[in-house]
Design a protein around this ligand. Structure first.
Ligand code: NAD
Ligand code: ZN
Ligand code: ZN
Length: 362
């Protein structure tokens, strides 16, 4: 009989997750079993549980793609990692390794890519399987809870900033200062950029200032594009839209400087109008960006080990997942919630004490 674990499971789209027992999977050939220590909760998990996108996961499934844990068993043919290694199991769960995109080290767009917590069960569970060739290698300097947000929110924004091609000393506008955005600001500053942060929540904007934004604009009280163009002398060289709001996408194109690049990262369902004349006449590039490659992962983690980037986290137990989703949907999560599967193991005893300590040292 299979041994059971606790998991938060999407059984129906748009319904609360079900906390229930699930068989602990066994690693097959070229797979490893990871015992979850921590897993961040990304807005993507909410889109997944709502069935927001054209490609839907097969029900039932376990979300979570910011899982960090220790390898507890390895299948046959695994030589690159061993039991006891700390790894991250990211959104890019695996790719084929031989298509034209994999050969060019663009594995995020591999047509055979599998996605953690989406087409493969993820980290809202005590154990999960992983592909040893695609796990993140977590530096010893980072704890599991510190590393969790970096393997999606971190890598995605770091890659997105690179895709804007903005150079040191130039402006980047970051729309949405949630889990992704608060890290984006820190990466952008560390990369030598001037940062303008945009959100619709004053608390998020105050936080943006704290983590390094040079300028802030509230998009609730109007279109920030005109103000941004005035302050920056023509608009941002790069724009990174992380907000899960179609309005933010329309505004983001308007914030882009002539010959600048607007990178789309947020994934609200739907479409947004593109002002063709402005885009053509101003030679603006609009580009999508999807997580990052394994090389991007190593670089994104290195910024954190070098002390340049630090996720602001709130720890919660797996059992709170439905309240967390509710807060995320209503913009009430300050930055990133991380599910803590091993409270006490990373320092002070309880989740409450750790959250308290973080607030008093912030
Ligand atoms: P989050 O809920 O933590 O943060 C979203 C932020 O956007 C909040 O601060 C909110 O106040 C702000 N916001 C909402 N409407 C806005 C508007 N009109 N203008 C400006 N700000 C606005 O979400 P998150 O975890 O940071 O994820 C954000 C989005 O990025 C989601 O759609 C998610 O699916 C997507 N995502 C994409 C990738 C990728 O690879 N492209 C990877 C991870 C997440
Ligand atoms: Zn994510
Ligand atoms: Zn491929």
């Amino acid at each position: 009989m299979a041994i059971k674990m606790q998991a938060a499971v999407v059984e129906q789209f748009g319904k609360p997750l079900v906390l229930r027992e699930w068989d602990i999977p066994s690693p097959g050939a070229c797979q490893v079993l990871v015992k979850t220590e921590a897993c961040g909760v990304c807005h993507t998990d909410l889109h997944a549980a709502h069935g927001d996108w054209p490609l839907k996961p097969t029900l039932p499934f376990i979300p979570g793609h910011e899982a960090i844990g220790l390898v507890t068993a390895v299948g046959s043919g695994v030589s690159s990692i061993k039991e006891g290694d700390r790894v991250g199991v990211p959104w890019l769960y695996s790719a084929c390794g031989h298509c034209e995109y994999c050969l060019k080290a663009c594995e995020t767009v591999c047509p055979e890519a599998q996605f953690g917590g989406y087409t493969r069960n993820g980290g809202f569970a005590e154990y999960l399987l992983a592909d040893p060739n695609y796990v993140a290698h977590i530096p010893a300097a980072l704890t599991a809870v510190e590393a969790a947000p970096l393997i999606c929110a971190g890598i995605t924004t770091y890659k997105g900033i690179k895709e804007t091609a903005a150079k040191p000393g130039e402006w980047i506008a970051i729309s949405g200062v949630g889990g992704l955005g608060h890290l984006a600001i820190q990466y952008a500053k560390a990369m030598g950029l001037l940062v303008c942060a945009i959100d619709i929540d004053e608390g998020k904007l105050a936080h943006a200032k704290l983590v390094g934004a040079d300028l802030i604009f509230n998009a609730k009280s109007g279109d920030p594009a005109a103000a941004l163009k005035k302050e920056t002398g023509g608009g941002a060289h790069g724009v990174l839209i992380t907000a899960p709001s179609l309005n933010a996408f329309r505004q983001g194109v308007g914030m882009t400087r002539k010959r600048g690049t607007c990178v789309l990262v947020g994934l609200p369902p739907g479409e947004f109008p593109v002002p063709l004349f402005d885009v053509v006449a101003n030679c603006i590039t609009i580009r999508g960006s999807f997580v990052g490659t394994r090389q991007d992962m190593a670089e994104a983690l290195a910024f954190a080990t070098g002390g340049k980037v630090k996720a602001d986290i709130e720890l919660q137990p797996l059992s709170s997942i439905n309240q967390i989703f509710d807060r995320l949907e209503h913009g009430e999560v300050a930055s990133r919630v991380v599910l803590d599967f091993a409270p006490g193991e990373s320092g002070t005893s309880s989740i409450e004490e750790q959250n308290e300590l973080r607030l008093t040292t912030a």
